[in-house]
Each structure stands twice: as structure tokens, then as C-alpha cells.
Write a protein that binds this ligand. Structure first.
Ligand SMILES: Nc1nc2c(ncn2[C@@H]2O[C@H](COP(=O)(O)OP(=O)(O)OP(=O)(O)O)[C@@H](O)[C@H]2O)c(=O)[nH]1
Ligand SMILES: [Zn+2]
Length: 221
């Protein structure tokens, strides 16, 4: 395994008010983050009013104007940190980081919108309803939420702060591409990110494809 080590990107703390509207986003600081595949730079952002914290991981020179291999990842504590097999999030995150390390250049925005925006506790409630037979969309509706409550309004200012002009976005979700484009993020290309089909997430992947429009070929669910 080649461990890529690059010097951390140096950026100044800044409140990025103009582009984010009522809840300005602050760029706080950065540090090196050695990971199994490369040493990334970890950038810390915070929403001024809500206090919600978001992260970005960069590798290499992402501010040279060329499209950057990138992932806009929504927090999934159960999948990203606890190895849950109910979804594909943890495997997608790892795969994205590996691909970026292989290219020596890229970005992950780690957005703290757990449970497609309903929060961790409500996601556990939704999982319980799924244990009783609901699918992921029905469970959200039963709890009084929309199927997907995420907002991508902070992505553009985060990318701008990092000097990133456009993305080669790793995702299977066309609605995510439309949503980030609405906020001015340029997506030069979609890069498919299909990983970790298993008996526990089969129905989740099927529902994502049939009800949420994800581009997952039949043979992968
Ligand atoms: N409410 C709810 N959220 C879930 C469930 N399973 C995963 N999530 C959350 O869904 C988010 C990930 O969304 P996905 O729809 O899996 O994928 P995506 O980010 O839209 O699309 P990709 O870019 O292709 O990964 C994370 O915030 C997870 O915590 C579930 O059953 N219910
Ligand atoms: Zn997940």
C-alpha cells in the first residue's frame, strides 16, 4: 500500500456569510488527518446559528481549476462508524476515500445530516418501523417526515472556500446532483459508487432505486 503524504492545505478562518444566507457558515481551521490510504487535510466548518458542524477532507491540489473527484457524503453514524450492514454508507465512504487516494487528489464533504436529515434518534425509530415491515420511505412518512429532508445549501460555500470549481461527483443519486446544481455547484461528471450489496441492505437498495430514483442496476440489488 502506498501512503500518500502531502502538506496540509493552509486556509484562513473566515465567516462565509454572503453565499449562505441566514445561517452563515464559518470556516474554522484545518489539520492533517492520516488515514489508511493517504494523509488527507481535514477542514472544519460550523453553521453560526445552529452550531451544526460539517467537515471536508481534501487531498492534493484541488484548487487548480480542474474538476475534482468528490463525494458529498451524508452522515450515517451507524454505517460510517458502527459498521452497520443495513445500508451502503460506510462502504461508499471507504470506496470514495480509496478512489481519491488512488488519484492523489479529491474531496469529501462530510455533511452532518444524519438519517437523510431526520437525525439519529429518528433514524433509529425509522429502523424499528422497518424491522416491523415498512420500507425506508414509508418509515419516514409514518414518523411525519418527508422521504428525504436533506439540504445541500452549504456545499457550494464549502467548495468555494477550498478553491474547488467543479466536481466529478461520486453518487448514484440524481436528485443529489440536481439539488447541488441548484445551489450553484458545477458537476462535470457523475461517477457511479455501487458497493456493499448484502442480504441486510438489499431491500434498502431496492427502495432507493424504485422510490428515490437512485441509479442502481437491477443486478446490483
Ligand atoms: N431516515 C433514514 N435515513 C437513512 C436510512 N438509511 C440510511 N439513511 C441515511 O441516508 C443518508 C444516505 O442517503 P442515501 O439515500 O443512502 O444515499 P445518497 O447520499 O442519497 O446517495 P449516494 O450519493 O448514491 O450515496 C445518510 O444520512 C443515512 O444516515 C433509513 O432507513 N432511514
Ligand atoms: Zn447508512
Amino acid at each position: 500500500m502506498t501512503l500518500i503524504k502531502q502538506s496540509a492545505m493552509q486556509l484562513q478562518p473566515e465567516t462565509i456569510a454572503a453565499v449562505t444566507g441566514p445561517d452563515p457558515l464559518e470556516y474554522v481551521t484545518s489539520c492533517e488527518l492520516p488515514m489508511p490510504w493517504a494523509t488527507f487535510t481535514l477542514h472544519a466548518f460550523v453553521e453560526s446559528q445552529s452550531g451544526k458542524e460539517h467537515l471536508a477532507l481534501t487531498l492534493g491540489d484541488v484548487s487548480d481549476g480542474r474538476p475534482v473527484l468528490g463525494r458529498i457524503h451524508s452522515e450515517c453514524l451507524t454505517g460510517d462508524a458502527l459498521f452497520s450492514q443495513r445500508c451502503d454508507c460506510g462502504a461508499q465512504l471507504e470506496s470514495a476515500l480509496r478512489s481519491i487516494a488512488a488519484e492523489g487528489r479529491g474531496v469529501v464533504l462530510y455533511m452532518r445530516q444524519e438519517g437523510r436529515g431526520i437525525g439519529l434518534i429518528n433514524k433509529v425509530r425509522a429502523y424499528r418501523l422497518q424491522d416491523a415491515g415498512a420500507d425506508t420511505v414509508e418509515a419516514n412518512h409514518e414518523l411525519g417526515f418527508q422521504a428525504d429532508q436533506r439540504s445541500y445549501s452549504h456545499c457550494k460555500p464549502m467548495l468555494e472556500k477550498l478553491g474547488i470549481v467543479s466536481l466529478r461527483l461520486m453518487t448514484n443519486n440524481p436528485r443529489k446532483i440536481d439539488a447541488v446544481k441548484q445551489y450553484g455547484v458545477a458537476v462535470a461528471e457523475r461517477v457511479s459508487l455501487i458497493v456493499n450489496r448484502n442480504p441486510f441492505n438489499r431491500r434498502y437498495l431496492q427502495t432507493k432505486a424504485s422510490k428515490l430514483g437512485h441509479l442502481i442496476p437491477d443486478e446490483d440489488v
